[in-house]
Design a protein around this ligand. Sequence first.
Ligand code: ATP
Ligand code: MG
Length: 405
Amino acid sequence: MEITELMIRYGELSTKGKNKKAFIKILNRNVRKKLAGYQNLKITYNHDRMHVKLNGEDSEEVIKELKEVSGIQSFSPIIRVEKSIEKAKKAVVQLIRNNYRPGMTFKINTRRADHSFEYDTNEMNRLLGSAVEEAIEDIHVKMKNPTATLRVEVRTRGIFISVDTIQGMGGLPIGSSGKGMLMLSGGIDSPVAGYLSLRRGMEIEAVHFHSPPYTSPQALKKAKDLTAKLSRFAGEITFIDVPFTEIQEQIKKVVPEYYSMTVTRRMMLRLTDEIRRKRNGAAIVNGESLGQVASQTLESMQAINEVTSTPVLRPLISMDKMDIISIAEQIDTFELAVQPFEDCCTIFAPANPKTRPKLKKVQAFESALDVSGLITRALEGIKIEQISKKTNENKKMEKVFAELL
Ligand code: ATP
Ligand code: MG
C-alpha cells in the first residue's frame, strides 16, 4: 500500500478571474521550487488542480513541504491498493491517522466502477467505517458535515482511496502581491506579521536593527534564526542587518527620555523606507498590535508614521496576544522568540515612554539630531545576506564541527 499521488486544490486562487492563470503559474513555480530536492516527482497542473505523482518519493515528506506552500487550500493524498477489502481497510486507517485531529468525525463514500467486486458500496462503507472506529480512539462516523470524507473508488486496476482534509496554508502564492520590507525584531510579533504577509502572496525582505556592543551577537543570530524559520514558506529571504548603535547613542544624548522611544521608531521607519526605496519594495510591514505597548497607541503610530507616506502594513493590528502566540507556535517561531536576548529597543527603552506623543514636540526634539547624517552612516554599514533553512542548518553544523576540533 502506498500513496501514489497528491491532488492539490487552489482555493482562493480560483476566484481570481483574469489573473487566475498568472497566479496558478506562480504557484506551480513555487511548488516546483519547494519540491526541487525530490527528483522522481512528476508535477502537472491545469486550471483547477495540480497533481504531484510521487513515483516512490516519501509521501509524508512531500506532504510536510506542501503544507508550507502559500496558495494551496488543501490537498488529498491518493492511495492505490490491490482489490482486497483487508488492504482497503489498512489504507483507510492510515489516511485517517495522517489527518487525525482530536474529536474528529468522518464518513466513507464508496463508488464502484467495477461491479464484479465482492462487496457493494453500502457494505464497503460499513466495513471500512468500522475498521477506522476500531483502530482509532475518539473518532466517529458522521453522515452530515464530517471533519473528513474518505473517497473510495473500486476500479478494475485497484482500489483508489483519497481524503480531502489536509489543510494547506491557504492564502496566495508568494510573488503574486509584490515585495515588502518586514521590520523584524527578535520578538514574538514581527515573525508572525511576516508569515501573514507571506501568506497574502507578498515577498518579504527582513530588516533588523541592532546595536552592538549593547546588544549581543546572540540577539542578531536570533533574528536570523527567525528568518530561517520564515524561509520555510518563502524559499530564501534577504536579511538586512542595520547598525543602529550610533543612532541610539545620539538619541539618548540629545532627546528627553520620555520622547526617545518615539524618535527611535521614527529613525527605524526612515531607514526601513530608504532601504525599501533602494530595493524596489512597495510597502513596510511591522508587528504592531493596537494598544500592546506605549509605541502602539494610535497617537504614537501617528507621530511615528509621519516620516513616510509608504504604506505601513500591520497584519497584527487587531489581534489579541493569545491569537498571535498561537500562530507563533504553529509556525514554530515562539520558542525562539522567547529566548532572553535583548534587542536594541529593550536595552535603550525608557522607563516611562510617552503614550500620547505630540508631533510638534517630537519634531522639535528631533531637530537636535543630524538625521540625514545618521541615516547615511547607518545605510553605509548595512550587511545583506540570503537566509534559507538550509544555509542556516549548514551553519549550525559548521559550528558543531568547529567546536569538536
Ligand atoms: P515584536 O514581538 O515583533 O518584537 P513587540 O511587541 O516587542 O514586537 P515593539 O518592540 O514595540 O513591539 O516593536 C514593534 C515593531 O517594531 C516590531 O513588531 C517590529 O516590526 C519593529 N521592531 C522593533 N524592534 C526592531 C528591531 N530591532 N529591528 C527591526 N524591527 C524592529
Ligand atoms: Mg520587540
